[in-house]
Write a protein that binds this ligand. Structure first.
Ligand SMILES: Cc1cc2nc3c(=O)[nH]c(=O)nc-3n(C[C@H](O)[C@H](O)[C@H](O)COP(=O)(O)OP(=O)(O)OC[C@H]3O[C@@H](n4cnc5c(N)ncnc54)[C@H](O)[C@@H]3O)c2cc1C
Ligand SMILES: NC(=O)c1ccc[n+]([C@@H]2O[C@H](COP(=O)([O-])OP(=O)(O)OC[C@H]3O[C@@H](n4cnc5c(N)ncnc54)[C@H](OP(=O)(O)O)[C@@H]3O)[C@@H](O)[C@H]2O)c1
Ligand code: SF4
Ligand code: SF4
Length: 511
């Protein structure tokens, strides 16, 4: 027997540090870590101690013989990673061994500069309580004596863990509980419902702290730039996701599910999230943290078919294998590939087991006749994957009626009463910070904001809107490492006002 890592793995590498025999790969010291979709356990060296399963914040690790239905394939996916020719069979960090004890050489201590013992506690403000802000807070609280001011503009902490992660990903949302343990840490003061830039200025915040870390994420959606995009019925996934997660700034009636066909533009994990929520039996969502108004609308929903539109081929999709695999196990939902271009079938047939396109093998393919209504013949709800097809225009008199798309035989219209744009998130300028309009990020060097000493950035506002929850852990370690190095080098300007003065300032502004 052995353990196996499954769908919800968010690559935070917590398990790597606790495994006594170093059988979880890639580790953060291995090159493949930067591009892997999940970590894998080598069944040949796993000693079944269970430490990884206990440590995993998102319940992604199971003994192979107790893998739930729908996750069984992960036993094979884990072992295939280590087979000769597989990624784990070829590349290992030079300092790791296959069977020797794991001295956690990859990550401990996280900071190469240790604050001198006579160094007074730093006062650090962290703006944003999503994963990036919380990993930075954890690092500061666990590795230094810093006092941390946590700030979020929303009344509930958590960032996208609370308002982005899909409600049926209950295990993933559990990571929020791990973060929440630090909200009440004795060296933390938390201010929710406080917008930096509106309620207080960046300068005021900086004056009351030795350093400020911005972890403000990427708040808005990317646009398609096609005619008709602003018609009612063409909605961004940012809005749709916030709607089903009860985001306080999205109205309960922001989404209308009276159409039978929905087109989701984009091939990322967010596109799969929204497609899955649209076709899942609402009763299966009833026990989750889904917003009440969304559950009611899903119960009334007329949606029979969701078309997932990718402008590139099945091998280039941005979604992860694990999220695609999960769709295959959705009860009562058919999957279909629109065979409108012969290159699609050829790519899937030629895919090796390691290729992303291989997950689509075995699914029915058909050249879809879009004039046939989605509920024809009382067939089950279905998701249709249409690759190699880009959006051209949202058509309609007033509301969206169809999406015009490119394809193998030229342009055509797919009738749809709702078009969801899931083409990525986008950062917005943060008052008091520089902003790079090309990458929608805060210009920085290893987390140090360009031209703003004592100011740092982490997470999606540092790297752009890409990467799962765990990717923010290494990102935070780098930023906090820069901050501590600057503290040791004496380049931080000490806080002018203390915690009480800051609390008084906040109280005045909230009146
Ligand atoms: C729809 C969706 C689903 C996802 N699902 C998963 C998943 O299942 N598994 C996974 O591994 N990853 C998932 N991710 C990715 C993951 O959520 C991100 O990697 C992560 O949230 C980025 O962290 P962050 O802290 O940089 O940003 P965020 O989580 O966005 O946090 C930013 C925080 O800053 C606050 N803020 C912004 N501006 C201000 C201001 N001016 N003043 C005060 N506070 C401010 C915001 O309110 C927010 O709380 C998902 C992403 C999306 C979009
Ligand atoms: N379960 C999970 O683990 C989970 C869930 C949700 C999100 N996340 C993570 O969060 C991050 C953001 O996800 P995301 O889905 O928002 O973004 P993403 O991964 O960047 O995917 C964006 C998709 O939109 C497509 N696209 C962009 N512009 C387009 C255009 N003009 N027309 C048509 N298609 C266009 C892209 O295609 P091209 O590739 O051709 O550019 C890509 O398929 C990702 O790292 C994701 O893995 C993880
Ligand atoms: S069960 Fe123990 S030996 Fe096996 S991968 Fe997990 S921590 Fe390592
Ligand atoms: S989420 Fe983290 S702890 Fe859990 S399996 Fe993935 S890398 Fe390991």
């Amino acid at each position: 027997m052995a353990f196996a890592i499954t769908q919800t793995c968010c690559n935070d590498a917590t398990c790597v540090a606790v495994c006594p025999v170093n059988c979880i790969h890639p580790t953060p010291a291995e090159r493949a870590f930067g591009s892997t979709e999940m970590l894998h356990i080598d069944p040949k060296t796993c000693i079944d101690c269970g430490a990884c399963a206990d440590a995993c914040p998102v319940d992604a690790v199971f003994p192979v013989d107790r893998l739930p239905d729908g996750l069984r394939e992960y036993a094979r996916l884990n072992s295939a990673y280590f087979e000769p020719g597989g990624p784990g069979g070829t590349e290992r960090a030079p300092e790791t061994t296959d069977t020797g004890p794991n001295f956690h050489a990859w990550g401990a201590p996280a900071f190469d500069r240790v604050l001198p013992p006579d160094f007074g506690p730093l006062r650090v403000a962290i703006v944003g309580t999503g994963p990036a802000g919380m990993y930075a807070a954890k690092d500061l609280l666990l590795h230094t004596r810093a006092e941390v001011t946590l700030i979020d503009r929303l009344p509930v902490a958590g960032g996208l863990v609370r308002y982005g992660v899909a409600p049926d990903h209950a295990a993933t949302r559990k990571v929020g509980e791990t973060f929440a343990r630090f909200h009440t840490h004795p060296r933390v003061r938390m201010y929710l419902g406080l917008d930096v830039g509106t309620d207080i200025t960046a300068e005021e915040l900086a004056a009351h702290h030795d350093a400020v870390v911005y972890a403000v994420g990427a708040a808005t959606d990317r646009r398609l730039g096609i005619p008709g995009e602003d018609r009612p019925g063409c909605v961004s996934a940012t809005t749709f996701v916030a709607w089903y997660n009860a985001h306080p700034e999205v109205a309960p009636d922001a989404v209308d599910l009276s159409a039978e066909r929905v087109v989701v533009v984009g091939n990322g994990n967010v596109a799969l999230d929204v497609a899955r929520i649209l076709v899942t039996d609402p009763e299966a969502l009833a026990g989750t943290q889904i917003a009440g108004h969304a559950l009611a609308e899903l119960r009334r929903s007329k949606v029979r078919e969701v078309v997932v539109l990718g402008r590139r081929g099945p091998q280039d999709a941005a979604y992860t294998r694990s999220e695609l695999l999960a769709l295959k196990h959705l009860p009562g939902v058919d999957l279909l590939i629109d065979d409108h271009d012969p290159r699609i079938g050829t790519t899937i047939d030629a895919a090796t087991p390691r290729d992303k396109a291989a997950v689509l093998r075995g699914l029915p393919r058909e050249s879809v006749d879009w004039s046939v209504p989605p509920d024809a013949g009382g067939r089950p709800r279905r998701i249709v994957f249409r690759f190699l097809s880009a959006p051209v225009a949202v058509c309609g008199d007033e509301d969206a009626r169809a999406l015009r798309v490119t394809g193998g035989t030229g342009e055509r219209e797919i009738p749809a009463g709702l078009v969801l744009r899931a083409v990525g998130y986008r950062g917005v300028p943060q008052a008091g910070l520089p902003f790079d309009e090309a990458t929608w990020t805060v210009p920085n060097e290893r987390g140090r904001v360009t031209g703003r000493p004592g100011t740092y950035v982490v997470g999606w506002s540092k790297r752009g809107p890409s990467g799962g929850i765990g990717a923010n852990r290494a990102c935070a370690a780098e930023t906090v490492g820069s901050l501590l190095a600057d503290a040791v080098a004496g380049t931080l300007t000490p806080a002018a006002g203390g915690p009480r003065a800051f609390r008084r300032l906040v109280r005045r502004r909230r009146r």
